[in-house]
Design a protein around this ligand. Structure first.
Ligand code: NAD
Length: 506
């Protein structure tokens, strides 16, 4: 790999984005590209998180009275700022999260896309008019702003996940307190500054409409436990979801959970194998296997196994691994050493469980001892053993043979997680069955594309241990509002529902 200095790169990007100098703090921001500390921020104490929530609540009280299309105007302006700064912010995402520049830029594009979507939604926060059983009455539902929305996000989509939540929350009349991943604090600083730039252009948005609190679990926990936060949208591991969901439930808050995935793909005999190869490779090794939607379990029918799997081994062995900011690189580094240890431990377990591993070795360890680059691993498994049913957040693809279509559906659905899934087939019966009620049990079910790389227009999220949340497109906006059912009597009578007779004695 060419020499690279992540601190220099950060300084240049900070300059380009015209951000105020970073102060000091207790939380190190590292670039996984070379493992250097590139900046520090200060973690918020529980009291500071409490204060931030109070300030965001004050902002909410004003913002909820602003008409939704006007709220949409702020998000439109934010989309403009993002368009202006797409290149610099995309590079910063690559620098801090380690994804290749194409994906860093793609993540910012996703923010722009959700801005556009939210602006449209700001004129479409529709309620229903409902048939009433009483004469001279009208029944309808209205949607109102909810309050302070807490967003807890993961390192692997350090800016897009916030945008999915925040852009909808803002048009819905809410304020947002964001606790980014402690592994990617600087992208959050940058995004907050860019949002404030949009607020300045807008002119009349209340201060503290968007607040960032930095830190680890403790800062997140303060958000989770505060009754002034009616909705917590938490993205991260299933372990995190297990901790936060009962705490939010205990105070009757709403939780929108976007947790771990263990996504499968079935390749059937009629599949276009050339298409499948590309779909498999992008979804298994893209983002160095660190997407919630990464392909982790590949089921290949016996009859085509020998045509597909050797090809995949060759492709995996040749995929360029390196500095994610260099053109031509397809696989950047893992986020840190613990991710590498997790990968090594899973590979060792896979071998114990009868797997045969191709790839998976560490690269550039001598020249870059603090950065963790790996060759993606393809692991042929004799059956779906415990290691394959666990999410390891690294580029490991478990490959399994199957014989009958019925059996493979059951195998596919045996994972405890239920985020994304896909099938490669040209058989319409198989495709439709997979998307039907007895097919894949995931929140995302694709045909002839891989499980990763969703568009913002659809509702994003999954079932089972993935947590059941849906965010981004479709009608996900409803999670950020409260629904009121209104019944209006314009008659001179007072008929009761269900025909109840409650005549007062005369
Ligand atoms: P993580 O669970 O370690 O951390 C995620 C966030 O939760 C961080 O901000 C962290 O500080 C916070 N957190 C952790 N424990 C907490 C607690 N007890 N209380 C409050 N906050 C807490 O996850 P990660 O390593 O950053 O990200 C990888 C994981 O995220 C993977 O499992 C991946 O599948 C998942 N993920 C899911 C989605 C999705 O949409 N389903 C998207 C991205 C990532």
């Amino acid at each position: 790999m060419n020499a690279f200095d992540s601190r220099k790169e950060l300084a240049a990007l900070w300059d380009r984005l015209k951000l105020p100098p970073l102060g000091d703090g207790d939380l190190d921001a590292r670039s996984p590209i070379d493992g250097q500390v590139i900046g520090r921020v200060r973690s918020a104490s529980a009291a500071q998180v409490e204060q931030a929530i109070g300030a965001a609540h004050e902002a909410f009280l004003q913002w909820r009275m602003v008409p939704p299309p006007r709220r949409g105007e702020l998000v439109r302006l934010f989309g403009d700022v993002l368009r202006e700064e797409k290149e610099a912010l995309g590079r910063l995402v690559s620098l801090e999260a380690g994804k290749i520049l194409q994906e860093g830029l793609g993540e910012v594009q996703e923010m722009i896309d959700i801005c556009d979507f939210a602006v449209g939604a700001s004129r479409q926060l529709y309620g229903l008019t409902i048939a009433t059983e009483r004469a001279g009455h009208r029944m309808m539902e209205t949607w109102h702003p909810l309050g302070v929305v807490g967003v807890i996000s993961a390192f692997n989509f350090p800016v897009a996940v916030w945008a999915w939540n925040a852009c909808l929350a803002f048009v819905c009349g809410d304020s947002v307190v964001w606790k980014p991943s402690e592994k990617t604090p600087l992208t959050a600083v940058a995004v907050q500054a860019l949002f404030e730039r949009a607020m300045e252009r807008f002119g009349s948005a209340p201060a503290n409409l968007s607040v960032v609190v930095q830190g680890g679990r403790e800062a997140g926990a303060a958000l989770v436990d505060d009754p002034r936060v009616p909705l917590v949208s938490a993205t991260g591991s299933t372990r995190m979801g297990r901790e936060v969901a009962p705490r939010i439930a205990a105070r009757f808050g709403r939780a929108l959970l976007e947790l771990g995935g263990n996504n499968g793909m079935i390749v059937t005999p009629s599949a276009d194998l050339e298409l499948a190869e590309r779909g498999i490779t992008f979804s298994a090794v893209g983002t160095a296997g660190q997407r919630c939607t990464t392909l982790r379990r590949l089921f290949v029918q016996d009859g085509i196994y020998e045509r597909l799997v050797p090809r995949l081994k060759t492709i995996f062995a040749g995929a360029p691994v390196g500095n994610p900011l260099d053109g031509g690189t397809l696989i950047g580094p893992l986020i840190d050493g613990s991710a590498f240890e997790g990968m090594a431990a899973s590979l060792a377990q896979a071998v114990e469980e009868g797997g045969s591993v191709t790839g998976g070795e560490r690269l550039y360890g001598n020249s870059l001892p603090d950065a963790f680059y790996v060759r993606p691993a393809l692991v042929e498994m004799p059956e779906q053993t415990p290691v394959t049913l666990r999410e390891t957040f690294a580029p490991i693809l478990y490959v399994l043979r199957y014989d009958s279509f019925e059996d493979v559906i059951a195998l596919h659905n045996a994972a405890p997680q239920g985020l994304s899934s896909s099938i490669f087939t040209n058989d319409i019966r198989e495709a439709e069955f997979f998307m039907g009620p007895a097919g894949s049990d995931c929140g995302i079910v694709n045909v002839n594309i891989g499980p990763s790389g969703a568009e913002i227009g659809g509702a994003f999220g999954g079932e089972k241990e993935t947590g059941g949340g849906r965010e981004s497109g479709s009608d996900s906006w409803r999670a950020y509002m409260r629904r009121a059912t209104n019944t209006i009597n314009y008659s001179r009578e007072l008929p009761l529902a269900q025909g109840i007779d409650f005549t007062l004695p005369s």
